[in-house]
Design a protein around this ligand. Structure first.
Ligand code: UDP
Length: 332
């Protein structure tokens, strides 16, 4: 199989998962945001090959290919704001090339899409039938619209050329091997907490995300390669929604080695603390301005994933964060 972006955070986990299952994996990565260090343990394995190439340029892979998984793209808000044209090319020309390879090889195709296609959602939780609320010229548009175009292209290749396609919409995946400097909330908070720095909470911290541990996302993608979804997009994520301020508090407790009663600190699920109270975190957090058009709420409806893929997330937020913190400690 071919995994574009296979040396990135999620791609490297996916590459490892498939190699361990006995598959031969060709990982195509430009290493612009990915890193060979993410797949160092696989480099000596005869079933694994790292090809350093840009997915948006012409490329091919010799021999039979049974599946093409297209993940190549900058994925953190900091990276795609820094690389807007590269991000749009990865979603457009890159997706075109990856689909063309799948077509030529008669391979299955899986697109790694994103919850960002829903933009600032007016429906909560988000079902796949929701069309989204995206500003096509906004500060996140290079990523959101690239992925929306990639979904449209995938759908058209399936209709016109009969390529067997799947689309997964991934919601805030986190875990070991995330770049500690890509600016996303989990690596940012963990890095800051381990360094004894205040956690940079953007805005009042009342905005929510539903964080999916990487092993769960990988199994969701594996299930998407096995089950035929008829080309329908499927949400992959966790339905454990947490405010950014609650997340900060949880990471501070976990890095301090304190036992915890859960992400909400013992409150009923779905209830967040009054953001004005700042959790009594005092100078352990530093509030910075909320980036423009930062989505206020995000949580996937996972009904379709359960029905079509027989998949649901298994890892509680606290457990996934504890594993990620342990990895970050070891990596320092
Ligand atoms: N965030 C934050 N502090 C940080 C990084 C992110 O408060 O240092 C917030 C950000 O404003 C957003 C949420 O955390 O509301 C998730 O941000 P991330 O960049 O991880 O992913 P997004 O869901 O925005 O793509």
């Amino acid at each position: 199989m071919v995994i574009t972006g296979g040396a990135g955070f999620l791609g490297s986990h996916l590459s490892r998962r498939f190699v361990r299952a006995g598959a031969r994996v060709v990982c195509l990565d430009s290493l612009v945001t990915g890193s060979a260090a993410n797949v160092r343990d696989l480099l000596g394995d005869p079933r694994f090959e790292l090809v350093v190439a840009d997915v948006t340029e012409p490329w091919s892979v010799p021999g039979p290919v049974d599946a093409v998984l297209h993940l190549a793209s900058p994925a953190s808000p900091r990276d795609y704001a820094r690389l807007p044209l590269e991000t749009l090319r990865a979603g457009s020309a890159g997706t075109w090339n990856a689909l063309t390879l799948a077509r030529e090889k008669g391979a299955r195709f899986l697109l790694a899409s994103t919850s960002e296609v829903y933009g600032e959602p007016s429906e909560h939780p988000q079902r796949e039938s929701y069309f989204g609320n995206v500003n096509p010229v906004g500060p996140r548009s290079m990523y959101d619209e690239a992925k929306r175009f990639a979904e449209a292209l995938t759908t058209s290749f399936s209709r016109v050329h009969g390529v067997r396609c799947g689309i997964v919409r991934l919601f805030n995946v986190y875990g070991p091997h995330m770049s500690l400097s890509d600016g996303r909330v989990v690596p940012a908070f963990i890095g800051q907490a381990l360094s004894g720095l205040p956690l940079t909470v953007f805005g009042d911290g009342g905005q929510t995300r539903s964080l999916c541990y990487v092993d769960d996302a990988v199994e969701g993608m594996v299930a998407s390669c096995v089950h035929d979804t008829g080309g329908r997009p499927v949400n992959i994520g966790s339905d454990e929604e947490v405010s950014v301020l609650d997340l900060a508090a949880l990471i501070l407790r976990l890095t301090a080695g304190e036992d915890d009663t859960g992400p909400s600190g013992g409150r009923p699920p779905g209830r967040t603390r009054d953001p004005d109270a700042s959790h009594g975190l005092g100078d352990q957090v530093r509030h910075l301005p909320l980036p423009p058009e930062d989505p206020r709420r995000r949580r996937p409806d996972l009904t379709l994933a359960r029905e079509l893929l027989n998949w649901k997330p298994q890892t509680a937020l606290r457990d996934g964060l504890a594993r990620t913190i342990q990895w970050a400690r070891d990596a320092r």
